[in-house]
Design a protein around this ligand. Structure first.
Ligand SMILES: Cc1cc2ncn([C@H]3O[C@H](COP(=O)(O)O)[C@@H](O)[C@H]3O)c2cc1C
Ligand SMILES: O=C(O)c1cccnc1
Length: 384
């Protein structure tokens, strides 16, 4: 069991400035580190299992990672993994930065609700439940889905802030509440997904701002844009970045300026998952951008996240480097929705079963390594 008690669900937004600025902030509890004792036990257990030391490669590291987050060795199979897909439109989509029209966002929300999206199939394969929330869809969704809706479409970030101050706070607070709801309902692994035409433009802008990169280093083809759309998208990132760079030290202001309600809610969700000591598998470039802001909101949160995959979007590689994360998979995926994260989940489950179910040399009556072989280090020893 964990030696550190669980943090309580999030407090309400503070009426007082929380961040040294003259405006109200959103309060998060403290992020505690993963359990070191469980980590050590898991490394030791891996060393005694009936295989040459280190032979299961990164599968060993992943099992140890889960043990340390669950505070127990061997780790438990996940009981209730949950995906929350954050849907929202972006004004910038009308500039021709996506290969698809904004109407697809609302249509895809219905598709996810009907079980027909990629994330539904991949989550079913991994035994994960899927929920979709409308943070800023430019259309009507049902009352349950829209319970946390902040506005219809976030602003066009090339010429205006994506959100007002209050909307940015409301969206981060909504994400925090959603993580609390899921954890309080028994979720023991969380995944954030994205659905929103145009959302790779704000994602790229946030990544450029936080990694001090130029637009051409972060811009990607998103849904599959052609060269002229690529140029419009790069120009939009450049224009948004001029304003975003001025607020790069203030995560809520950054989300207000160059994010959007969906990205802000994802950031609150990922930060609160860490506060609640609930492991997360990150998805691609959009979730990655939100994760980078979440780490600014709540330093140390990234220790509770693993990278499910390396999206082909160039910004995704910058996120992985910035957060020092090594992806489980590299399948040339570029979809979003949480699809890369739930594709990685069966591998994570495999790592859990290996650590929990394999026999030790002693149990199986198998000779251990000779002394010279026993000195080799195993991937499971890797620093966490
Ligand atoms: C049918 C369809 C399903 C999707 N599922 C995720 N995305 C992904 O692609 C979009 C981001 O790319 P861009 O910035 O180029 O618009 C978002 O909707 C994202 O969730 C989809 C896109 C489409 C068209
Ligand atoms: O990596 C992602 O999250 C991604 C890539 C392309 C389009 N939408 C999302």
């Amino acid at each position: 069991m964990s030696t550190v008690p669980d943090s309580q669900p999030g407090s309400t937004p503070s009426a007082e400035p929380a961040d040294g600025t003259d405006r109200p902030g959103v309060e998060f509890g403290v992020v505690r580190p993963p359990d070191e004792q469980a980590h050590r036990q898991a490394v030791a257990r891996h060393g005694g299992l009936t295989k040459p030391a280190g032979s299961l490669g990164r599968l060993e590291e992943i099992g140890v990672w889960v043990s340390a987050r669950q505070g127990t060795c061997p780790p438990r199979p996940f009981d209730r993994p949950r995906v929350v897909v954050f849907a929202g439109d972006h004004g910038i989509a009308t500039n021709g930065v996506s290969a698809y029209p904004s109407e697809v966002t609302a249509q895809m929300v219905d598709n996810i609700l009907a079980g027909g999206a990629a994330v539904n199939a991949l989550a079913a394969n991994a035994g994960a439940g899927v929920r979709v929330v409308d943070m800023a869809v430019d259309g009507e969704t049902n009352r349950t889905v829209a319970a946390y809706k902040v506005r219809r479409s976030s602003g066009s970030l090339d010429v205006e802030d994506a959100l007002t101050e209050q909307q940015a706070l409301d969206a981060v607070t909504a994400g925090r509440a959603l993580a609390d709801e899921e954890v309080d309902s028994g979720a023991d692994l969380l995944v954030a997904g994205d659905m929103g035409i145009g959302n790779t433009t704000p994602a790229a802008t946030l990544i450029a701002a936080l990694t001090e990169s130029e637009p051409v280093a972060v811009v990607g083809r998103g849904t599959g844009i052609d060269d002229s759309a690529w140029m419009r998208k790069t120009a939009a990132i450049r224009d948004a970045l001029r304003r975003a760079r001025k607020v790069v030290d203030d995560p809520v202001a950054l989300l207000r300026t160059a994010g959007g309600a969906d990205l802000a809610a994802m950031a609150g969700f990922l930060a609160q998952a860490a506060v609640r000591r609930t492991p997360v598998i990150l998805d691609g470039v959009v979730v990655g951008a939100a994760a980078m802001v979440a780490e600014e909101l709540v330093p140390g949160a990234a220790r509770w996240w693993m990278a499910g995959h390396r999206s082909v979007e160039p910004g995704a590689a910058l996120v992985l480097e910035h957060l020092d994360l090594c992806p489980v998979l590299d399948l040339e995926m570029r979809l979003g929705e949480g699809s890369g994260a739930v594709t990685a989940l069966p591998v994570v489950n495999a790592a859990i079963r290996v650590l929990g179910e394999m026999a030790t040399f002693a149990e199986a009556g198998i000779d251990g390594p000779t002394e010279s072989e026993a000195t080799g280090s195993s991937p499971a020893d890797a620093a966490d």
